[in-house]
Design a protein around this ligand. Structure first.
Ligand SMILES: Nc1ncnc2c1ncn2[C@@H]1O[C@H](COP(=O)(O)OP(=O)(O)OP(=O)(O)O)[C@@H](O)[C@H]1O
Length: 262
């Protein structure tokens, strides 16, 4: 089976500095992949290259066999890849329900044509209703997005991300800034709403990584040094060295990798 997302010899330079240094990655349909690595390794840059916010210096990104490297984000979105934007894509002064409804209409292009918009409003309402339930915000239906708690905003953002029905979902640090309880709840939510889809997530919380990922890609200094199932990643000496190196500075990530062995 051909991979749904394939990255071939991808590079990105900022000025003279090569930040992404020849990444190859092939993600299968329905797989959940976590991208981990020390701070500054290039994880967000990689996501920006896949989702179209940045243009690759060289190399290829293929979505279902079609080249998407360098296409604008909206075009990539319409081809079936959606990315979360750390709550910046919410409309604060719209209700939860209306945020979901807009997100349902927008990727299909209804936003441009008023009559088509009206004709499809019924479908959009039904879809928004379904999304509301999926992300657990039914009780917050009429609340303005700006009045939600941070964790609720992140849940709404997931709803907005998946609203268009994209098959490949990219989430950038979905649990950042959450408490332990919220993180656990949110991990289950992500698992539920991405059922049957392909998920790529950048994540620092090793509990989330090991609870969610079928495979883990470890990015260090702009290269994928390992891409394997969680148990193999944990046992990989190169990965341990990368994290222990960082742990001299922060301790947190190395400890988390060790703790996830339990
Ligand atoms: N637009 C840019 N111009 C110049 N340098 C950049 C730009 N974006 C990112 N970088 C640099 O690229 C490197 C990788 O950054 P990136 O944000 O991709 O790392 P990361 O692995 O996501 O880090 P973190 O885990 O801390 O979020 C960093 O050294 C960063 O300063």
């Amino acid at each position: 089976m051909a991979p749904i997302l394939e990255i071939k010899q991808l590079t990105k330079k900022f000025g003279q500095t090569e930040i992404i240094r020849g990444i190859d990655l092939a993600v299968n349909e329905g797989e959940r992949v976590a991208v981990i690595g020390p701070n500054g390794a290039g994880k967000s840059t990689l996501f920006n290259l896949i989702s179209g916010r940045l243009t690759p210096t060289s190399g290829e990104v293929l979505l279902a066999g079609q080249s998407i490297g360098g296409k604008p984000p909206y075009a990539i979105n319409r081809l079936g890849l959606a990315r979360s934007f750390q709550i910046t894509n919410l409309f604060g002064k719209l209700s939860v329900f209306d945020n979901l409804r807009c997100a349902t209409l927008w990727p299909q292009g209804y936003g441009y044509t008023f009559w088509r918009f009206l004709a499809n409003l019924h479908d959009a309402n039904a879809r928004a209703e379904e999304l509301l339930q999926m992300v657990g915000l039914t009780a917050k239906r009429e609340v303005l997005a700006m009045n939600l708690t941070y964790a609720e905003q992140r849940a709404l953002e997931i709803g907005v991300t998946i609203a268009g029905g994209a098959q490949v979902i990219l989430l950038d640090e979905p649990t950042a800034g959450m408490s332990n309880v919220e993180t656990e709840h949110f991990t289950q939510l992500i698992r539920r709403v991405t059922e049957g889809k392909t998920l790529l997530t950048v994540e620092h919380d090793m509990g989330v990584v090991f609870g969610l990922a079928d495979r883990i890609a470890v990015v260090v200094y702009g290269q994928v040094i390992a891409f394997d199932e969680p148990a193999a990643i944990q046992a990989n000496p190169q990965v341990q060295a990368a994290y222990l190196g960082e742990a001299h500075g922060t301790q947190a990530t190395g400890d988390a990798l060790a703790a996830s062995e339990g």
